[in-house]
Design a protein around this ligand. Structure first.
Ligand code: AVJ
Length: 323
């Protein structure tokens, strides 16, 4: 057996837009109210494992709902995509969803795009090993910025970007529409976007999904405090923070916060930070859409709706657009 072979393209190597570090973001976000920490820092090793466990919680419906929608829609998706497809995954995944698509659609080529080089290489090598017939490319890049596909990939028959999991929900609608615009510009005419979106629904269902009874989401949220303690030497205790997640119906988003249980002070590098009892650190937004609001946003970004699929309860949507 030969070693699996991937084609690696590094678009970050000579870019000057270095991504911000945990310390920079923590200083920026915690110095004064309203305090914030960006959700991208959830995903260290432990955080990624906790996220995988969130996806298995009975209250967290998005993952399993999207998977079953995809499974049922596969024949139709195959028809839209045709024979000669390049499947481009945004955030290269260890997830089962991409494997579902690869095995059913048998595209010519897979391109994983991810900002984290090591993770990208690991996950694409694994995909290549498991799918020896597939032409596997790894593109180290920040897909939230304008991107040009390497010429070799840009000439592919029909590139289709796959953005599952309602990851789009972490962006505010104005940012999301800018990002979708960049994506659209990356794709040639006839290219597609297959994207998973969490729908607006009863606050009780939404709030349960972010307040699972086993407390995994709370642990995931508090992992940010663990990182400040372990990686930046901040003398803080995750037990001094309450997990708070609620649906803000005015703007159609779940908000996650860490609420300080007491007055506390700690150092971030050279900078002292003081939190009052009850003060909150806003750690994540997860935006929810209706059919109309999502299709309008994608339309503004230059995407035309082709077809969409939902589960019978309308919890989650998968949309196929073309440019
Ligand atoms: C990965 C952003 C889609 O918003 O549901 C899950 C992250 N946060 N539980 C989501 C998350 C808390 C998730 N996304």
């Amino acid at each position: 057996a030969s070693a699996s072979h991937i084609h690696f393209h590094d678009l970050l190597a000579d870019s000057h837009t270095a991504t911000s570090s945990l310390l920079e973001d923590a200083l920026q976000g915690l110095s004064e109210p309203p305090r914030t920490l960006p959700p991208k820092h959830f995903y260290d090793q432990r955080g990624s494992e906790l996220f995988d466990r969130i996806c298995e919680q009975p209250e967290y419906y998005p993952t399993r709902t999207e998977e079953s929608i995809l499974e049922q829609a596969l024949p139709t998706i195959a028809k839209h995509l045709g024979q000669e497809t390049t499947l481009i995954e945004l955030g290269s995944g260890a997830s089962r969803k991409i494997r579902l698509l690869l095995n059913a659609l048998r595209p010519q080529r897979y391109v994983g795009i991810d900002i984290s080089r090591d993770f990208l290489i690991d996950s694409t090598e694994q995909l290549a090993a498991d799918h020896p017939w597939l032409d596997v490319h790894a593109l180290c890049a920040d897909f939230t910025t304008p991107l040009t596909l390497p010429a070799q990939l840009a000439n592919s028959e029909r590139p289709v970007a796959f953005f599952p999991g309602s990851s789009i929900g972490n962006f505010a609608p104005d940012e999301a529409s800018v990002m979708l615009g960049h994506l659209r510009n990356m794709l040639p005419v006839g290219g597609g976007l297959l994207i998973g979106v969490d729908m607006i629904k009863s606050p009780a269902i939404l709030e349960a999904a972010y307040n699972d009874a086993a407390g995994v989401t709370a642990e995931f949220n508090r992992n940010l405090i663990c990182r400040l303690r372990d990686e930046l030497g901040a003398e803080i205790d995750p037990a001094d923070f309450d997990h708070r997640a609620f649906y803000n119906s005015d703007v159609c988003r779940i908000e996650m916060h860490l609420v300080s249980r007491r007055d506390q002070r700690f150092m971030l590098g050279e900078t002292p930070i003081a939190l009052q009892q009850g003060e909150s650190i806003h750690t994540e937004d997860s935006w929810k859409y209706s059919d109309a609001s999502f299709e309008e946003m994608a339309g503004q970004a230059g995407f035309a709706p082709v077809e969409s699929w939902h589960d019978p309860e309308g919890l989650f949507g998968v949309y196929y657009f073309t440019r």
